[in-house]
Ligand binder design. Structure first.
Ligand code: NAD
Length: 800
């Protein structure tokens, strides 16, 4: 296969999706040109310019760093068609109208490069019909590329071929979308709304119907169908409000227009629900119009009531008994719900049954196999498990019988029986659709393995579905060298030692510290390098406060000082280890987690890494070397410049720590100084370990040695005075509390090196002592205790 490289992408359409797709391309360092229609008035790029400006304000942010919006090249179809020639991939994301898309294709076809892939982001139009207008030369390189909103955060991208798409083209695109963009690819058949929206919207409609059947209210339903059910925490109706009820109506209409009772036996349940019709009529489109199923009035949440057409107080939760049922093992859970006396239990069983029924009936037509359906629901709808996984977990045949009984009793959405493969043959024998041989393909009548593209070799531990028992489990994979309750040290290849924290949120407890120190020791003796990687996010939320507080209660500040000293020693041990230690970061790396990262020789960070020193939030200062790191980095940055004044290099790091700033992406974390330019940012979370191991090996292979221990200059008392003056202004202006001022001044004192002359040369140990003393002073303060207790009980910072 010839090498397909995406050097530049064109995105056509700067609407909700196009602009955000362009932003994500910038995030992953792919040059992008964003097109839209020429503006009728003012500069011709007006529409695109406005969209790009809008990206900076959108929440959650589509950009890793807002200023990077400037990297999106702006274009319009009147002046810039020639730019298309430079692009290896052209993604069309204009309004969902077949005629408009076809017109545009005719217009752009002569300008698309011969080797380029052209792909449509349509949510549900026929990809094959779209391809028909294209010249024969482009048809083999045309397909569907369906992103989910918001594209930076949603994992799923569905790729859809036409009968004329060259298979190689889809493989090339899958490799780019997976490794380059960090997405999870599902291959969908060219059927209306493809896989995720077909199953997901049918699920939403079924939920709305059952809500009416069982006479439940939206607040109770959202309480039941959110996190407790293993789904997105916004539940059913708040999700609809967030998506926009007009958008939802649009997707429902695609189902209504493109399906019929012949092609979908559930068709009759696809009618637009009366309440949705009413809300659309009233112009209550959800979050964007500030009213939908829910509406916020002051601090109160109200819910819409169809009968009265009024908003009434919401906030009701389901009876606790259902939450308890939902915590039971799958088989028991489904049985309990089905046999429940109360409407909420029966409702939950009904929506789950409908989802199993729908997925089974359609598996043969909408997707190649059951894995694609379950992955689509996980990645596109934020479900913890797809429908087939849950069904299989609960006992395949038992559940199948319950579904069929309900169908026969007229309780299901339609009379279509479950397909034969459910009850007889390989699936029934295996007890489900996901097996060690692969997942069930109803169209091919066999289990099919995962696609073996070279790009997947980079995922050592791909996200496995329930039942995919042939996939390795990282918790037990490789050779275990040492294992405690808190940490496992292991290796895959005998060359690189991997340390995985097992604590909740990967908090750094004394046991973790001990284990990591031993791991470094071992790595130096027997390995080329070491990687700190703990599987799922977060990387680490920092020192285990719950473990530290009892030490304080019993032994006072002295006991805490010795814990801090050990933590600092660990950081130094890692920094000066004789082998490279690589931190593989995904999600939060906070406080001690951030320190662990910055004291490592290198960081390999997933694009969604949120790094910061947050100790101020709990009334402390970083105590394990975070401040010493900030001072040292400032000195290093100054040394790399022609300046002799350290203060400008210190300000950013000081502010980040004093304001407990956390990067909202790896890119922003780098701006805060917690990642270096030489660190690696990885788009796909499942490639993190692969990249980290390879970094460790290549560092070792290129003769890596630990840095010299050297003295470095600090800003001293004059720097301290300058920073303090600013803090005084902030306090007197009411921007920070008196206690924030106190902590800020202590941070300033450490990063400036205390009461010494500007430019004095200090050692890391000297600063670490200052840092430790500041930490131990603060931990004895009542206001700090208030902050710690507040954080431990509510998870939110207390400002006192
Ligand atoms: P949008 O309405 O926000 O943007 C559409 C863009 O198309 C606008 O910038 C508009 O100027 C441009 N446009 C309109 N008519 C045009 C024409 N005749 N020729 C060229 N450009 C034209 O739409 P969107 O929500 O970004 O959707 C774009 C595509 O992505 C659609 O196919 C939609 O189905 C699909 N999609 C949307 C979502 C979503 O959640 N919004 C999710 C996945 C896929």
């Amino acid at each position: 296969m010839s090498r397909f490289q995406v050097k530049k992408v064109a995105v056509l359409g700067a609407g909700v999706m196009g602009a955000q797709i362009a932003a994500h391309l910038v995030n992953v360092k792919v040059p992008v040109v964003l097109f839209d229609l020429p503006a009728k008035e003012g500069p011709k790029n007006g529409i695109v310019t406005k969209a790009v400006e809008g990206l900076k304000k959108l929440k959650p942010s589509p950009l890793g760093v807002a200023d990077d919006a400037a990297l999106i090249q702006q274009a319009n179809y009147e002046e810039h068609m020639h730019l298309l020639k430079e692009c290896d991939l052209v993604i069309e994301a204009i309004a969902e109208r077949m005629d408009w898309k076809l017109d545009l294709y005719t217009k752009i076809a002569p300008h698309v490069a011969k080797h380029a892939i052209l792909a449509s982001n349509t949510s549900g139009l026929s990809i094959t019909k779209l391809s028909e207008v294209l010249p024969e030369s482009i048809k083999p390189r045309f397909c569907g590329i369906h992103f989910f909103n918001p594209p930076r955060y949603m994992t799923l991208v569905e790729l859809i071929n036409t009968p004329t798409t060259q298979p190689e083209v889809l493989d090339q695109l899958e490799a780019f979308v997976t490794s380059g963009l960090g997405k999870g690819v599902v291959r969908a058949h060219d059927t209306p709304n493809f896989v995720a929206n077909r199953v997901g919207i049918a699920g939403m409609l079924s939920t709305m119907k059952e809500v009416e059947n069982f006479g439940l209210t939206y607040d109770v339903v959202d309480d039941l169908t959110g996190k407790k059910l293993g789904r997105a925490s916004s539940g059913t109706f708040r999700t609809a409000d967030v998506v926009g009820l007009d958008t939802m109506a649009h997707v429902i209409k695609t189902l209504q227009d493109n399906l019929s009772l012949e092609t979908d036996p559930f068709y009759e349940s696809f009618g637009t629900p009366a309440v949705l019709k009413k809300l659309l009529e009233l112009g209550n489109l959800g979050q964007k119009t500030k009213a939908g199923f829910f509406k916020k009035v002051g601090r109160d949440v109200m819910r819409f009531e169809l009968e009265s057409e009024e908003y009434v107080p919401a906030g009701q939760k389901a009876d606790e008994v259902y939450a308890r049922m939902l915590k039971k093992p799958a088989a028991e859970r489904l049985r309990l719900l089905r046999n429940a006396e109360g409407a909420p239990g029966q409702f939950l069983w009904a929506i789950l049954r409908n989802s199993f029924h729908y997925a089974a009936v359609h598996l043969g037509t909408i997707a190649d196999n059951a894995r694609d359906v379950d992955q689509a629901m996980r990645w596109g709808f934020g479900m913890k498990q797809g429908p087939f996984e849950l069904w299989q977990e609960a006992g395949w045949l038992e559940v199948a019988k319950m579904i069929q009984e309900d169908i026969d009793a007229g309780k299901a959405l339609c009379k279509a029986p479950l397909p034969e493969w459910v009850f007889k043959g390989p699936v029934a024998d295996a007890g489900g659709v996901h097996t060690a041989q692969g997942s069930w393909s109803a169209s091919q009548n066999k289990f099919v393995p995962r696609r073996q593209l070279p790009v997947y070799e980079r995922q050592i531990f791909p996200e496995a579905l329930l039942g995919e028992t042939s996939l390795p489990d990282w918790r037990i994979a490789g050779t275990t060298i040492a294992e405690s309750k808190a940490l496992r040290t292991w290796t895959l290849d005998g060359q690189v030692l991997i340390a995985s924290i097992k604590n909740k949120m990967h908090a750094i407890s004394p046991e973790v510290m001990e284990g990591l120190a031993e791991a470094v020791e071992l790595a130096e003796r027997e390995y080329d390098g070491m990687v700190i990687w703990s599987g799922d996010a977060p990387f680490s939320v920092g020192a285990d406060l719950e473990a530290t507080m009892p030490a304080f209660a019993v032994g006072g500040p002295d006991a805490v000082e010795s814990i801090e000293q050990e933590l600092q020693n660990l950081m130094l041990r890692i920094r000066y280890a004789q082998v490279p230690v690589v931190a593989a970061i995904h999600g939060m790396a906070l406080g001690g987690g951030c320190e662990l990262a910055v004291y490592s020789a290198k960081r390999v960070a997933h694009m969604e890494s949120y790094i910061g020193l947050v100790e101020v939030g709990v009334g402390l200062v970083p105590g394990a070397g975070g401040l010493t790191y900030i001072a040292r980095r400032a000195a290093e940055n100054m040394a790399a410049s022609t300046s002799k004044d350290i203060l400008p290099f210190l300000t950013e790091g000081f502010t980040a720590a004093a304001m407990a700033k956390v990067g909202t992406s790896a890119l922003e974390s780098r701006k805060l100084g917690y990642l270096l330019d030489s660190d690696v940012i990885v788009p796909h979370k499942d490639e993190l370990l692969f990249v980290a191991i390879n970094e460790a090996k290549s560092m070792a292979a290129s003769g890596w040695r630990a840095p010299h221990k050297r003295l470095f200059p600090v800003a001293g008392r004059s720097g301290l005075a300058t920073i303090k003056a600013q803090l005084v202004n902030m306090r007197d202006g009411g921007f920070i509390s008196a206690y924030d001022f106190k902590i800020g001044a202590m941070i300033a004192e450490v990063v400036c090196g205390g009461d010494v002359d500007a430019g004095s040369m200090v050692s890391e140990e000297y600063l670490l002592t200052l840092e430790r003393k500041a930490f131990c002073h603060l931990i004895a303060q009542p206001k700090t205790h208030e902050r710690i207790l507040g954080m431990l009980s509510t998870g939110k910072p207390v400002r006192n």
